[in-house]
Design a protein around this ligand. Sequence first.
Ligand code: GDP
Length: 634
Amino acid sequence: DKTKVEIEESETTLRPPICCVMGHVDTGKTKLLDSIKRTNVQKTEAGGITQQISATYIPTENIRERTKDLKADAKIDVTGLLVIDTPGHESFNNLRSRGSSLCDVAILVVDITNGLQPQTIESIELLKMKNTDVIENDKPLVVVALNKVDRLYGWKTFPDVPIANALKLQSSDVQLEFKDKVTKIITQFKEQGVNTELFYKNKDRLDTYSIVPTSAISGQGIPELLLLLVQWAQKTMIEKLTYRSDLVEGTVMEVKVTEGLGTTIDVILVNGVLHKGDEIVGPIHTTIRSLLTPRPVTELHIKGDYIYHKEIKATQVIKITAQNLEHAVAGTAVYVVRTNDDLARYKKLVMEDMRNIMSRIDKNGKGVYVQASTLGSLEAFIVLLNSKDANIPVGDFGIGPVHKKDVLKASVMLNKREEFSTILALDVKVTPEARELADKLEVRIFTDDVSFRLFEQFKVYFNSVKEEKKINAATDVVFPCILQPNKVFKSKKPIILGVDVLQGTVKLGTPICIIPYQAFCEITGTYFDPGTTEERKKDQPKKEEHKVKEIIDIGRITSIRINDRDVNSAQKGQQVSVKIDGSNFEFKNHFMNEGLCSHISRNSIDVLKEHYLGELSREEKALVNKLKKILKIR
Ligand code: GDP
């Protein structure tokens, strides 16, 4: 039977989905992983769980065993699960290769007592991040582990009872609290643009993340979590998970010095076969000297920590030794050169890896300097800094430890925007020489191994600088306004006028100038009669009555009154009297025929843009542009 053979073949060529655990600090990621890994099977020919470098392979057998109480109808066909081991570690959460996420499935851990936290939101952003490649349907499949349910007051643990049933066995108080918490968390997710639903209610599974209540301590909910992951993976990702021998697909997870081996790279090989002696290209071009996997604990009496391989088949993590590896970059793809054309083609692909990041860097290089451990974490961090709320530009970046050259590059900002002469070092070391130079040049270095904490650190500093600048700039700021005089109360030292605020906002301290009537008409949209037509409107002054041809500064506003009450500012549409002081100008009666406006300058516009943009209406922004033209400001 031909069909049968084909099906069997396709079954044997699936690779295990790669699973990442993400979430905020202390939500229980490590504990959850421990619990997943504890899924031991007594006697199995296929061998149990295998510990790889930074990853653990959990065979299908173990998943079947762990989920047997759930009596799932569907067979588990997926060939196990490869779980990335170091949760919370930036470089592993954010491993992206060629703009797509490395993990096929993700567990997003949320603490039921805390709800969504900064790193949860960051993880959501990463999971939502658009893939720049043309690969369809490439976003990871996500399941939310709503962890620490045992912390609900009065929670009773029923080991081996499926979580949905265990919930029904709780007291009504616990059930109420659970429902309340879940509703809140679903709303919080919604605010982030993500639909979620408890897994036993979730019909529309792909667009809606399923929530599985778990306790990493008692292990409750973990079978459900595993079952959901493998069942959906086999249902929706068969194409992606079909093992491809024709394509070597690997990503550098870490570049590090390994004792006795020099600089090595740990590569997660997703597809294909690597051989000793293969010529590889990433940002480096070299030949594989050795392919290593850790020796299982049971064999540790044999000499050497590693097993040497002639060839290695996906999917697993391997350590590679070769020359030039110190220039490798974590988070980049590894390509194998097989034909003459390959080298040039792959080098081009490597450049494209970088292009994505380059597009997020400030065009003029004005911004902070970011240093991260991998390309993926770098990109994700830059996205965070660039986000609409933060709006922090990035001027340049580096990967790996912070060296003197990075400090020098960051110091370029010192005389442009001092607060940007800052290095944000994410999950990387700072060499003592770099630190020394930074102290000397007054380049600030902020370090943290968690991006949102690093982000917060900088934001606190950045905001304080901004606030300080705003205070200093307060005397320079000029808000735009157009005034029409209607009465001269006092013509000189100080001038006191009754005015209509035609546009914008008039504030204390605003420098005021008289503008030629033609300009005034242009701004206010009134009809300007050049004085040549006979049908001139009656109430319009004659042309010769507009004497002002140039801009005349008449002083600053020192007081504003509405109905004998002192105010700090007045808006469009109000009638006020203003005192204008600071010059010897005499406001003769004929100036009543002219218009007044705030005398903005290049500097005042810059200050306005930088510190007060949020306080300006759209109309006022447009007014600034009109005044800019009239006052001939470049
Ligand atoms: P991580 O930072 O996300 O990896 O969090 P950990 O796994 O280190 O857990 C943080 C703390 O929460 C530890 O003290 C754990 O023992 C505790 N914890 C984790 N999961 C649970 C759980 O399901 N229930 C309870 N009560 N405590 C938990």
